[in-house]
Design a protein around this ligand. Structure first.
Ligand code: ADP
Ligand code: MG
Length: 508
């Protein structure tokens, strides 16, 4: 398929696409409008930079702060926190929590959504409190670990100092120590001083660590507590409508192409042309309700017959006979209407035209032209009448000669297949410039096929959206089986008939 084909399908199925879009949009709008509203409240928190970091490089600080804020965001929106809020506020659901970080600032916002405005505000504030408590709790755990570690280290240093201090004190108590003992005293003193120094250092480090941990557990503070929002934050009807439109468009297009593939009734003139493998000789639009079976002069339908006439003249010039059989796959596609109007149109150019009603079971030409039908084709075939006695002039001076079917008949198939029928058609084609033969539907009865053996130049009428692909293919197959010569297709009830048909045919 080319892009143009897609556009044609979209154009053809625009009503389906339009109604799908309309339905999904309305459903989306109605569903969201009837959904209970939800409210969103937010608490703003300040994340202070730890004092130990303020002296570090800016880049490192930014990185660290990003990590910190992201950690806080995860904790604030975690399932555990939401469950805790649900319990504390006695809710039947876990409120929705989201966190907004403002890049390059020390601010973060906790958003809580709930069915009631007050609950949303309470949830946002509680979430902020729970987050702060959680951060503090984490700090306390680290502090406890640090304390335990520090105490253990100090205890071990104390024992070591005590172990050295005992011999040292004993040596000091001697009234006159030997030089060796004096040297030992000096050694021990240095040792003890070193260990005491180490203990003091560890204590200082411990204090710094402790301060930094305490500092980090208190970085968070609420700067703007949540208050109950005045209006609902959702669901957004606008958003739903936009989504409805989008989904509807996608679904509509999908359906359009699906139907296009499933449908075997042909709609597009191009498609009919492709399936028939024949030129389109004419496209007759749907007549206005005010028009009779013979279309009003100057109407678009009448105009389309003029174009059809021109194309058929071109065929005749190219060597086809003046005896044309008009048939179609199924009844009601417009054969009789087309025979009568084409005859009238051809008569306007001064040609002598006869319209033959060879649909002996469901004759209509007499009705279309407003003629009696007591005698006609059947009477001649049975030998009751001579041809010239049953030919009638159409009333109103339209210049068409009509051979009506003539009364109800038994065995119409045999009559049409008889050699008398062949003789009669040959006789007519000698007497008139053009002979147009109306016939029954080809797939319903054998009648039309036997007619085609006598009048092999065939015009196939295809009712748009009426004829199935397979039916048209079958018509083609049956006609070629008897060696008929289908000349082209006339599309009936065509939609906005394009005026290029004439040229389409002449291009070939
Ligand atoms: N182009 C058209 N615009 C309006 N009505 C039409 C058109 N073609 C056929 N009809 C109507 O459809 C019905 C069947 O047409 P008809 O020519 O009798 O079909 P067929 O001879 O193939 O059975 C008739 O009532 C006819 O007036
Ligand atoms: Mg008919």
């Amino acid at each position: 398929m080319e892009l143009r084909d897609y556009l044609v399908v979209i154009d053809r199925r625009k009503r389906l696409i339009g109604s799908t879009v309309l339905i999904t949009t309305i459903v989306a709008a109605v569903v969201t409008a009837t959904m209970s509203p939800s409210y969103t409240a937010s608490t703003a928190l300040h994340v202070a930079t730890p004092s130990s970091l303020t002296t570090a490089g800016v880049l490192g600080t930014t990185d660290y702060m990003d990590r910190l804020q992201n950690t806080y965001a995860r904790l604030a929106a975690s399932g555990q926190t939401r469950t805790a809020i649900k319990k504390k506020l006695h809710l039947s659901y876990r409120p929705h929590i989201s966190v907004k970080l403002h890049p390059n600032t020390e601010l973060m916002e906790v958003h809580a959504s709930a069915g009631r405005a007050a609950v949303a505000a309470a949830a946002a504030n509680l979430d902020a409190r729970l987050l702060m408590a959680q951060v503090r709790e984490l700090g306390n755990e680290t502090l406890n670990d640090l304390d335990a570690q520090f105490r253990q280290q100090m205890a071990s240093l104390q024992t070591q100092i005590a172990r050295e201090r005992a011999p040292y004190n004993a040596l000091l108590a001697l009234s006159s120590p030997t030089p060796a003992q004096q040297a030992k005293i000096a050694d021990l003193r240095t040792d003890i001083a070193v260990k005491v120094g180490a203990a003091t250092q560890q204590e200082a480090a411990y204090e710094t660590n402790r301060a930094s941990i305490l500092d980090r557990s208190n970085l968070l503070s609420v700067v703007a507590p949540a208050s109950a929002p005045d209006s609902a934050s959702g669901p957004s009807v606008k958003l739903a409508v936009a989504l409805g439109l989008l989904v509807g468009l996608i679904a509509g297009l999908g359906l359009a192409f699906l139907f296009e593939n499933l449908s075997t009734r042909m709609e597009a003139t191009d498609e009919i042309e492709d399936v028939a493998g024949l030129p389109i000789l004419g496209a007759i639009p749907m007549a206005a309700a005010t028009e009779g079976p013979l279309f009003n002069s100057g109407s678009p339908t009448e105009e389309s017959f003029r174009r059809l006439r021109t194309n058929i003249h071109a065929l005749e010039r190219a060597g086809s006979s003046n005896l044309l059989l008009v048939t179609s796959a199924e009844p009601n596609e417009g054969k009789s209407t087309i025979v009568a109007n084409l005859a009238a149109s051809m008569a306007q150019t001064g040609q002598s035209v006869v319209a033959v009603d060879a649909d002996l079971r469901l004759p209509t030409q007499h009705e279309i032209f407003g003629l009696p039908n007591v005698v006609g084709l059947g009477s001649v075939l049975r030998g009751f009448k001579r041809l010239e006695d049953v030919l009638q002039k159409a009333p109103g001076g339209i210049g068409v000669t009509v051979l009506t079917s003539g009364g109800p008949l038994d065995h119409p198939a045999e009559l049409l297949a008889s050699s008398a029928m062949g003789d009669l058609l040959r006789d007519l084609s000698k007497r008139f410039d053009v002979v147009l033969v109306d016939s029954p539907a080809l797939l319903a009865l054998a009648d039309a096929l036997s007619l085609a053996t006598e009048a092999p130049d065939v015009l196939i009428v295809v009712g748009r959206t009426q004829t199935r692909r397979e039916a048209l293919l079958s018509v083609r197959k049956q006609l070629s089986a008897i060696g008929a010569n289908p000349l082209g297709v006339i599309v009936n009830r065509a939609e906005n008939v394009p005026s290029y048909n004439y040229y389409t045919y002449n291009r070939r």
